[in-house]
Design a protein around this ligand. Structure first.
Ligand SMILES: Cc1cc2nc3c(=O)[nH]c(=O)nc-3n(C[C@H](O)[C@H](O)[C@H](O)COP(=O)(O)O)c2cc1C
Ligand SMILES: Nc1ncnc2c1ncn2[C@@H]1O[C@H](COP(=O)(O)OP(=O)(O)O)[C@@H](O)[C@H]1O
Length: 305
């Protein structure tokens, strides 16, 4: 897949999926798979944008569900050949009519376009699916607006998934996403207390702008060098040892020995086990972490690939 963070001038004819696609949930996947399978003579492309400067946007509280690295891997696995994601600030002031003419028709060479029922585009989100359909009809572009996919009778949406994650309802989030909620943040150094406790942990601090799950302990699956491991993860601020208010995922990787600093460790949170607690002593916490590890190992050992 070729990736562009500026608007390219494409020389091929394309079948384009349009949307922000945060989370790449099952509804998004439906739009993208239509673009991918529509006509094999067209190059399947995904046109999105990045919220580069939250102050610029109408949603300053926007919290993303998906790390850019994972988004790219998932798009590739869905069959997209081009991924165009300019910064929001670079397209924000473009009137809807110019977006259609200059970007969709001109730069991207779209011969087919696909989007979700609530897609908006152009300055102040002035363009809607009716405007898109009218433009496509007059430019011989095939256009499909895909209705909402529902789960339990309610449309699947990134907002609904964010709420589930916020409440620790990981199974529900996974059901709507079509893949587990996964983080892919760099592994940083902690205070090296973990190994003294008998539970070395990788620390993955949450970067600003990412949705935070309910604080607590999760059954998790970690990917290390192409191998899957069971992880026991605490998401939170470690009130027992204090003095750290940057939320992080801290994971004891069951059965792993070696150095993980600087490695990439995509981590899927599968099931919420218990809330984060302030223990009266580190010893007491150690007893609980031992129990958490046993519980998680029992729960996930049949899921290991
Ligand atoms: C499975 C697990 C559960 C944890 N639960 C809690 C908890 O409930 N409360 C807490 O303050 N810290 C909790 N922690 C975080 C520990 O306090 C932390 O891993 C330990 O202090 C080591 O910190 P370090 O990585 O900075 O060395 C948990 C860690 C793990 C791995
Ligand atoms: N099974 C394991 N799970 C997690 N980290 C491990 C494991 N085995 C070794 N490590 C290493 O130990 C480091 C964590 O040790 P720890 O004392 O908790 O330090 P820190 O305070 O930096 O988290 C990890 O970053 C990793 O390199």
């Amino acid at each position: 897949m070729r990736i562009y963070d500026q608007i390219p001038s494409l020389r091929q004819n394309t079948s384009v999926a349009l949307g922000l696609f945060d989370g790449l949930h099952r509804g998004h996947q439906q739009v993208i798979s239509k673009a991918v399978s529509y006509d094999e003579s067209l190059t399947p492309a995904v046109f999105s944008f990045d919220y580069d400067n939250p102050a610029l946007i109408s949603k300053p509280d926007f919290k993303t569900l998906l790390s850019p690295t994972l988004k790219i891997e998932l798009l590739e696995s869905f069959g997209a050949k081009l991924f165009i994601h300019p910064p929001f600030s670079s397209i924000k002031n473009l009137p809807a009519s110019r977006f259609l003419r200059e970007i969709l028709w001109g730069a991207l060479g779209a011969k087919a376009v696909f989007c979700g029922y609530d897609y908006r585009f152009g300055q102040n989100a002035e363009g809607d699916t009716e405007m898109l359909k009218t433009f496509c009809a007059s430019h011989a572009i095939h256009c499909e607006v895909v209705p909402a996919l529902t789960e339990d009778g309610i449309p699947i949406s990134s907002t609904r998934i964010r709420e589930c994650i916020h409440e620790g309802k990981m199974e529900w989030a996974q059901k709507m996403l079509g893949h587990p909620y996964t983080i892919d943040f760099p592994v940083s150094e902690g205070r090296r207390l973990g190994r003294c406790l008998g539970f070395p942990t990788i620390n993955q601090p949450y970067p600003e702008g990412n949705i935070l799950p309910r604080f607590g302990v999760y059954a998790a699956l970690a990917q290390i060098d192409g191998k899957q491991y069971i992880g026991v993860t605490n998401v939170g601020v470690k009130p027992t040892v204090g003095a750290n208010n940057i939320p992080a995922a801290e994971t004891y990787v069951v059965g792993y020995e070696g150095d993980l600093y600087g490695k990439r460790v995509p981590l899927s949170l599968i099931h919420f086990i218990r809330p984060e607690q302030k223990f009266s002593s580190v010893e007491e916490m150690k007893v609980q972490i031992t129990r958490d590890t046993q519980e998680v190992t029992r729960m996930l050992q049949n899921m290991l690939r």
